[in-house]
Ligand binder design. Structure first.
Ligand SMILES: Cc1cc2nc3c(=O)[nH]c(=O)nc-3n(C[C@H](O)[C@H](O)[C@H](O)COP(=O)(O)O)c2cc1C
Length: 220
């Protein structure tokens, strides 16, 4: 599967089979998360792997009683260790970069999950203090997401996606693009024409300079 296939196929999975997940696959998912970009390469993400049935139940309760979560054999809890990021970037680090870095890691993990034939869901609705208490998470860390992971036992339909014409603007905010394919096609033509013209002018310039040099030499 190429990247586009994975992006298109990925769905939030909320029903899981009881087939156990191979440890090697969990490690690959964790590695995918660790390869995400992060502000100043601070890599503030931390991952807790949970397989214990009772702990999973407690966590599902802390996620506003999302009972479906307990079907998943494995949970990965994504945290941000905020010590270094706050030292480096103050409030913006803790409130903005910390969240974005972890979100990049989470998306990498979801894509790897799909690639490995597994399913997962990004769970963001939780009582943070309850999750911290259950998992002994220190106050300097913040909980970013819980990912229940397992072999999928459902094939959810594709959700609605806005068209690019709705979500993209050209040049400045609000400047809607009527037909994005046509615009990009024209944009490429204009871009390529400029490139070809520049190359041709450079070649002519080189040729003229060479001729001038030869003429000067013959005169001498
Ligand atoms: C930040 C964030 C928080 C989310 N929290 C929850 C959640 O608590 N429970 C849940 O069932 N799905 C949650 N989702 C999953 C979304 O509902 C899902 O991604 C969206 O409906 C699009 O469906 P898809 O993932 O299948 O494309 C969350 C997704 C994101 C990005």
């Amino acid at each position: 599967m190429n990247l586009f296939d994975i992006l298109k196929k990925r769905r939030s999975i909320r029903h899981f089979s009881d087939i156990p997940v191979e440890w090697g696959k969990i490690v690959q998912i964790l590695e995918a998360g660790s390869l995400a970009p992060s502000s100043g390469n601070v890599q503030n993400w931390r991952f807790i792997i949970v397989t214990d049935k009772n702990v999973k139940q407690e966590l599902a309760d802390a996620c506003l009683e999302q009972e479906w979560m307990t079907e998943a054999p494995i949970f990965i809890i994504v945290l941000s260790d905020n010590v270094m990021i706050e030292k480096l970037y103050s409030r913006r680090g803790k409130e903005f970069y910390a969240v974005q870095n972890c979100a990049a890691a989470i998306e990498n993990m979801l894509l790897m999950t799909e690639q490995l034939g597994l399913g997962a869901c990004w769970v963001g609705a939780f009582e943070e203090e309850a999750v911290k208490r259950i998992l002994d998470i220190p106050q300097f860390a913040s909980v970013q997401a819980i990912l229940p992971i397992g072999y999928p036992a459902e094939e959810p339909p594709e959700p609605m996606h806005y068209s690019l014409e709705t979500t993209c603007y050209f040049g400045k905010y609000g400047n809607k693009i009527k037909d994005i394919d046509a615009v990009l096609w024209n944009f490429n033509i204009v871009g390529n024409t400029i490139k070809i013209t520049k190359n041709a002018l450079n070649r002519i310039k080189k040729h003229v300079n060479k001729r001038i040099k030869t003429l000067k030499q013959t005169k001498e």
